[in-house]
Design a protein around this ligand. Structure first.
Ligand SMILES: Cc1cc2nc3c(=O)[nH]c(=O)nc-3n(C[C@H](O)[C@H](O)[C@H](O)COP(=O)(O)O)c2cc1C
Length: 251
C-alpha cells in the first residue's frame, strides 16, 4: 500500500518542490533540439500537406460521438494521404517560434505544457499503399517520414512486445510515441514528468478523432513490454523511451 500511495503523489502538482532550484533553462544550458534530427543516409518520404488533404467526415461532433476504441480492422490499406492526415492531427507543427533568432518552440495541433513537445512518433507500417512495410519516424517540422529499417517478422515482434495484443499485428500501422525526457526536464526539472504524461493523452485523443474522420479506428495501448518496444524503435531506453502506442486500421 505504501508503494501505491507513493505512486499517487506522482499525479499531484509538484511545482513547490522547484522553489530554489535552478533548472537547466535558468542556468542557460543549451536547449535540446525541438525534434530528433534525421539520421544520415536514410530515405525521406514527402507527406501531403493538410491544405491538400480531402477529409471524408469533417464534422467534429460526429467524430466525437463515434469515437471508441477499435481493435478489429479490415485488410484495406491506408493511403499516404490518410497517414499524412493522422500524423498532422496528432503531432503536426503549425508554427516554429524563434527567440534570439533560434528555434525555441513548436506550436502543434495538440497542446503541450510549456510547448515542450517532448515526443517522437515512430510508425510500424504493415499495410499503407505505396510504402514498404517497416519502421519509420515522423519529422513533424518538415512533415516528412524517415524510413528506418525493415525486417520480416515485425508483426510477430510487435504482438509479442505488446504482451500478445494481436491487433498490433493485424492493422495498417502502429503509432508508437517515445518521450525524449530532457526536452521537458530542461525547463521543468522534476515537474516535467507529470506534464509530459498529460501531454501524451492529447496526442492520442487527436489520433482517435482523426481516425473517425477517415473511417479508420484506433485503440490506445499502455500495456507493453518496455525493453521490447524500445528495441523495435531503436531507442536507448534512458534518454528516449516508449510511453504509448496506438494501432490504426480501417474497419
Ligand atoms: C492510457 C490508456 C491505456 C490503454 N491501454 C490499452 C491496452 O493496452 N489494450 C487495450 O486493448 N486497450 C487499452 N486502452 C483502451 C481502453 O480499454 C478503452 O479506452 C476503454 O475500455 C474505454 O473504451 P472506449 O475507448 O471505446 O470508450 C487504453 C486506454 C487508455 C486511455
Amino acid at each position: 500500500m505504501d508503494k501505491i500511495k507513493q505512486q499517487r503523489n506522482f499525479m499531484k502538482a509538484n511545482f513547490k518542490a522547484l522553489q530554489g532550484i535552478q533548472t537547466d533553462q535558468m542556468k542557460q544550458l543549451p536547449q535540446p533540439s525541438l525534434e530528433k534530427p534525421a539520421e544520415e543516409g536514410h530515405k525521406l518520404i514527402e507527406l501531403i500537406p493538410i491544405e491538400k488533404i480531402k477529409i471524408k467526415r469533417d464534422t467534429l461532433i460526429e467524430n466525437i460521438k463515434n469515437r471508441k476504441s477499435r481493435r478489429n480492422f479490415s485488410n484495406e490499406p491506408l493511403t499516404v494521404e490518410e497517414l499524412s492526415f493522422l500524423l498532422w492531427a496528432s503531432q503536426g507543427v503549425k508554427e516554429v517560434i524563434k527567440r534570439l533568432d533560434k528555434a525555441y518552440a513548436t506550436l502543434r495541433t495538440v497542446p503541450s505544457a510549456g510547448a515542450r513537445h517532448a515526443f517522437e512518433t515512430y510508425l510500424i507500417i504493415h499495410n499503407v499503399s505505396g510504402l514498404e512495410p517497416g519502421v519509420y519516424r515522423y519529422l513533424p517540422i518538415e512533415h516528412k517520414l524517415i524510413y528506418l529499417y525493415s525486417e520480416k517478422n515485425l508483426k510477430e515482434k510487435i504482438i509479442e512486445a505488446t504482451l500478445g495484443q494481436k491487433f498490433t499485428g493485424n492493422c495498417s500501422v502502429v503509432f508508437i510515441w517515445s518521450c525524449v525526457a530532457y526536452r521537458g526536464e530542461w525547463r521543468y526539472h522534476t515537474a516535467a514528468h507529470k506534464a509530459m504524461l498529460l501531454d501524451a493523452g492529447h496526442i492520442c485523443q487527436n489520433l482517435y478523432l482523426a481516425c473517425e474522420a477517415i473511417d479508420a479506428g484506433t485503440c490506445a495501448i499502455a500495456a507493453y513490454d518496455q525493453e521490447k518496444v524500445d528495441k523495435i524503435i531503436q531507442v536507448d531506453g534512458e534518454e528516449e523511451y516508449t510511453i504509448y502506442l496506438a494501432p490504426v486500421g480501417k474497419y
